[in-house]
Design a protein around this ligand. Structure first.
Ligand SMILES: [Zn+2]
Length: 406
C-alpha cells in the first residue's frame, strides 16, 4: 500500500486527499489537496468569489502514536464583500481555527470530563487554547431551542478571576442546565437575556428565582411581569450562615480574641455552628455540645440557623407557619445580625414562600452553582469572559460532543 493511501484511510479528512507525508522535528506533516473546485468563503459560505491569492495553512490534527500530526494545505484567499479577505472554507476545520475539527471535538469532550491541567498535558496544548477551542465548539453546538418553552428559571451571579469580576447565569429549573450567561451582575445584564427572547418565549416563563441580595428584580418585573419572583432557598440559608458567623466573630472579639483560651475556642467552633449537624464529624458535634454548655449567644445563633433550614424541610403546607415562628424568634433574639436578617426576610417573605410553593429544588440549583464555581476556579487564567462562558455552556448546558472515532 502506498503511504498516501494509508494516510488517507487513517486520517479520514473530509474533502481532502493526501499528497505527501513528511517527518520533521515537530512531528508528522501531511500535505493534502482539496477535492472541491469552487471555493467557498469560510466566513459566510458565499460561492463564486474573486480569488486574491493562495497561501499554505496548517492545522494540528490528532496525534499519531506519540507524534504530533499537522495537516498542511494550500488555500485560496477570497475577497468577500461581507467578510473582507478570507481563506476558503475546509470541511475538516472550523473557520479561523489552527486545529482540525476532530482535534477540537476531542479537546471539548475531554474538557467536559476532566481538569484543564490534565488536558494540557495529554494533548500538549496551551492553557488558553482550551478556552478558544471551547468557544468555537460551543458556537457550533449551542442549540437555539434551549430558549423554547422555559417555565421556571434560576438566575445567579458567579464571581471569577483574581479581580472578582462577575457573570450572570440563567438556569432552567426543569432541565437543570444553564441556558444563558453573560458578563455583569445587575438588572441591565439580565435585561440582555430577556431582550433576546421573543414575546412567545417570554410568555411561557412562570417563575424566576434569584438571590435576595442581587439586583435582578427590576429586569424581571420589566420583562416578564406575570412571572413570580422567588428567592432561592440556598441563598436564604447562606444568609443565615453569614449571620451566625457574625455572631461568632462578635463573641470572639468580646472574649479577648486569640489571646484567651475561650477566644481561641470560639474561633475553632465555626464549622460546628454553621455546618448542618447531620453532616458534622463527631468532633464537631462534641464542640457543638460545648457551645450549648458555655455560650448562650452562640448556641442561639446555631439554633436560629438550624431552624431557618427547617423552613425548607417541613411539609410544604407548614412552611408559612414555620417561617413566621422563625421571624418572630429572630426579631426577639437580641442578636443583631439575626434581627437584621429577620427584617430582610420579612420584607421579601412572599418571594421566600414562593420558592417553597413552586417546589424549586434546592439541591439541583446549588449543585449547578458549585459546578460553575469549580469551572470558574479552573478557568483561573482565562483572559476573557467569553472563554469561561463557553466552558460553562460546554459543561453545564447538555451539549453532546461526538468523539472523532464514532
Ligand atoms: Zn464571506
Amino acid at each position: 500500500m502506498r503511504v498516501s493511501t494509508a494516510f488517507n484511510r487513517m486520517l479520514r479528512l473530509p474533502g481532502a486527499w493526501v499528497q505527501d507525508v513528511a517527518f520533521s522535528g515537530e512531528g508528522v506533516i501531511v500535505t493534502v489537496s482539496l477535492r472541491r473546485r469552487a471555493p467557498v468563503c469560510s466566513g459566510c459560505g458565499t460561492r463564486g468569489l474573486e480569488i486574491k491569492d493562495r497561501r499554505v495553512k496548517r492545522w494540528r490534527h490528532l496525534d499519531l502514536g506519540s507524534c504530533r500530526c499537522f495537516i498542511e494545505c494550500e488555500l485560496r484567499r477570497l475577497r468577500c464583500p461581507d467578510c473582507g479577505e478570507r481563506p476558503e472554507a475546509v470541511q475538516w476545520a472550523r473557520a479561523g481555527s489552527p486545529y482540525t475539527r476532530d482535534f477540537e471535538d476531542l479537546t471539548a469532550w475531554l474538557a467536559q470530563q476532566m481538569n484543564k491541567t490534565q488536558i494540557t498535558r495529554l494533548l500538549r496544548i496551551a492553557w488558553s487554547s482550551i478556552g478558544k477551542i471551547a468557544e468555537r465548539v460551543v458556537a457550533d453546538h449551542l442549540d437555539e431551542g434551549r430558549l423554547d418553552g422555559l417555565v421556571r428559571l434560576g438566575v445567579d451571579e458567579i464571581s471569577y478571576g483574581a479581580d472578582h469580576r462577575f457573570l450572570t447565569c440563567v438556569a432552567d429549573h426543569e432541565k437543570g442546565g444553564v441556558v444563558w450567561a453573560a458578563p455583569g451582575r445587575n438588572a441591565a445584564t439580565l435585561q440582555g437575556f430577556f431582550d433576546q427572547l421573543t414575546e412567545q418565549r417570554k410568555s411561557s416563563i412562570r417563575a424566576v428565582s434569584i438571590d435576595m441580595s442581587a439586583g435582578y428584580e427590576k429586569a424581571i418585573k420589566a420583562s416578564v411581569p406575570d412571572a413570580q419572583v422567588a428567592f432561592d432557598p440556598f441563598h436564604v440559608v447562606q444568609l443565615g450562615g453569614r449571620a451566625t458567623d457574625q455572631v461568632r466573630r462578635a463573641e470572639y472579639n468580646e472574649h479577648g480574641r486569640s489571646a484567651t483560651k475561650h477566644g481561641t475556642w470560639i474561633k475553632g467552633a465555626r464549622y460546628s455552628l454553621i455546618k448542618d449537624p447531620s453532616n458534622q464529624t463527631a468532633r464537631q458535634l462534641a464542640t457543638l455540645a460545648e457551645v450549648q454548655q458555655t455560650n448562650k449567644r452562640l448556641y442561639r445563633a446555631f439554633l436560629l440557623l438550624h431552624e431557618l433550614r427547617w423552613v425548607y424541610r417541613v411539609p410544604r403546607h407548614q412552611a408559612r407557619e414555620q417561617l413566621d415562628a422563625w421571624l418572630s424568634w429572630a426579631s426577639r433574639s437580641k442578636l443583631t445580625p439575626f434581627v437584621k436578617l429577620a427584617r430582610t426576610i420579612r420584607k421579601h417573605k412572599a418571594g421566600v414562600l414562593a420558592a417553597i410553593e413552586l417546589g424549586l429544588s434546592n439541591g439541583r440549583l446549588e449543585g449547578l452553582n458549585s459546578k460553575i464555581r469549580l469551572l470558574s476556579h479552573r478557568a483561573y487564567g482565562f483572559h476573557s469572559a467569553d472563554a469561561l462562558i463557553a466552558m460553562i455552556y460546554l459543561c453545564c448546558s447538555g451539549i453532546q460532543i461526538s468523539l472523532p472515532h464514532r
